[in-house]
Ligand binder design. Sequence first.
Ligand SMILES: [Zn+2]
Length: 495
Amino acid sequence: MSEQPVNPVIAIQVGAISFVDEGIEPVLDQFQTRAGVNNLFLATPTWTRGTGGRAVPGHPIPDHGGQAYDHDFVGGNYATTHPEYYRNTSLPPVPKNPEHPDFDLLGEVIAEAKKRGIQSYAWMEESSYIQAVRDIPGMPATMEVDVWGRPSSRPCFNNPDYRNWHLGIVEDYVQSYDLDGLAWCSERPGPLNTTLQGPMSATGITCFCRHCSAIARDRGLDPERARQGYQELLDWNQKLQAGERPSDGAFTAFWRVLLRYPEVLGWQNLWTESQRQLYRDIYGVAKAANRQVQVGWHVFHDISFSPFYRADQDYAELGKLSDFIKVVAYNNCAGPRFHHWVHSISRFLFADLGPEKSYGVLQGLLNYDEADLDQLPQVGFTADYVKRETERALASVGPDTKIFPGIDIDIPVGSAPAAVADRKKRNESVTGLALNIDVSTGDDLTQCTRASVKDAVLAAFNGGAHGVVLSRKYSEMFLENLSGAGDALDELGLR
Ligand SMILES: [Zn+2]
């Protein structure tokens, strides 16, 4: 076992709705007594059900808070918008959420938390794939451009208006509120990842906008060659979708495209580097506004499933621009999610192998020792996975970057018709993210328990974590299971 963590961060992700439904003091009481929480990740802005709103429709409503689904959830800024921070963008200041616009999440909760010695971070989700973001006037003009030259469905990291809009939110929050930190979340993979791992259309292969193309030319990367290479990969992907197998096999045909068009790899790296440059800018702007503010990132679940995304999201590089990294290590929902992921990539890059062999290869590449593939939806991943992912992150970052694994507490599993309908109603484009949507069904799917939460928290600290982030949102956690985090702290003598 690693050394006992000193003053570990015990954070919990919580949205405005929980304080509106239950009151600030009662919620903080639950956090402290059940889980020893000393840090709030206050979800704003957000437009996704992963961090905002009540429980996802069709999934269990826990034993606290509002006892009905919030079908009218839209999202937005849950703090007060200060327009003076948005002068460097043609986009309007971040819109207030329409659900409870008179409640200022940061303005009302931070002070109450401080009285108890609890720190507060803004938990900021880019929500790049959500229709409500595209509904912001002017936002459609910032969209990534696809391989056929058409504006697509996610904003481009290199679009100056989009970048400056986010930097405006960061500056607004850090200057307007007594925040201890901010955690920024961008859940999206780049064009090569999306093309090799699942069914893809032209619209998901990005970004060929003039801003990205100009940066590419500066780096000696030919946008037209990259576009041609991705067109070839799109053809490869669509043939596999149609059930055609290249005569040399799917993998060899894929590799041949890389040989002929190395610009394909360059373009993927440019995309990743563009995301990372926005991280750098957020880091710098936040520090310029208040050098005490801690800045870090949520790295989404793909890093647990895809060795390709794992290579992109290099912790050693991320560590240079991070006070902390929240490593998603959601062990329960990882089972059904990875089950789907393996079945998907084994129709594309690993089509020559099939699901069982692909799973063996991936477990080896990812350093896992989990249950049989067909059992994953019923048993989830082990706590040992949490430990391995914690250790892997710690081995890569420098001594100044803290690692906070994200702990799974009642993240929904299984495909619920009401959830599918909700996504459709909200017109979410899930480009590249569809693979992380759990499609498993049945009454026997793996569920979090008080013991599983305790084991995951223990595993994080056994792996050397500096803290944990109880995830994804309090409004979907059962109180008993939240207490599992407190059980782990008690066992470790940490409270
Ligand atoms: Zn672009």
